[in-house]
Design a binder for this molecule. Structure first.
Ligand SMILES: [Zn+2]
Length: 153
C-alpha cells in the first residue's frame, strides 16, 4: 500500500508506518524549516514525489466546490493530488484534507489507531492555518503564524 503523509501526520507520529511512505516536496520543506529531527531519522524511508499538474487542478476544483479551498495550504493540495496520482491512502488528521479525499474517492485515514488519544494532547493551535500541535513551538511549522494555547477535550 502507498501512504501519502501530510505534515500534521508526520509531526504527530512516533514511527513511520511500514508501508511505501510518500510525501510531496512541500512537506519535506516544512519539516526542514522546523529543523525536525524526524527528518534525520526518516529521511531515507520517505519517498519524495511531485504530483501532476492535472491532479492538482482536479483537487483545487473539488476543494473549491466543497468550500475547503480556503482551509487548505498549497502543500495540503499537493498531498491530496499525490493521493490521486498514486492511488494511495492519505494519512492526515486534517478534516478538510479528509473531506476533499472522500469527494475524490481517495482513500484516507487518521493518524494511527491511537488517533483520539493523540488529538487530546494537541493543545496548541496555529492562529493562521488552524492546525493543532501537541507541543508549543515558537511559530507554526507549516505557515509561520503564532501559536495559541488551548484546552481541548
Ligand atoms: Zn499555521
Amino acid at each position: 500500500m502507498v501512504i501519502i503523509l501530510d505534515s500534521s501526520a508526520l509531526f504527530s507520529m512516533e514511527n513511520l508506518p511500514e508501508e511505501d511512505c510518500v510525501c510531496p516536496p512541500g512537506v519535506i520543506a516544512e519539516l526542514r524549516k522546523y529543523e525536525d529531527r524526524r527528518l534525520d531519522l526518516w529521511g531515507d524511508l520517505l519517498r519524495v514525489s511531485d504530483c501532476s499538474e492535472e491532479s492538482l487542478e482536479k483537487v483545487k476544483e473539488e476543494a473549491r466546490k466543497s468550500g475547503d479551498l480556503g482551509r487548505l495550504s498549497p502543500v495540503d493540495l499537493t498531498v491530496i493530488a499525490l493521493g490521486l496520482d498514486l492511488g494511495g491512502t492519505v494519512l492526515s488528521d486534517d478534516y478538510s484534507i479528509e473531506n476533499v479525499c472522500s469527494k475524490l474517492g481517495i482513500g484516507y485515514k487518521p493518524v494511527g489507531t491511537k488517533g483520539i488519544k493523540k488529538v487530546e494532547k494537541w493543545n496548541y493551535q496555529c492562529i493562521g492555518c488552524k492546525k493543532w500541535f501537541k507541543e508549543k513551538m515558537p511559530e507554526c511549522p507549516i505557515c509561520g503564524s503564532p501559536m495559541k494555547a488551548h484546552r481541548r477535550h
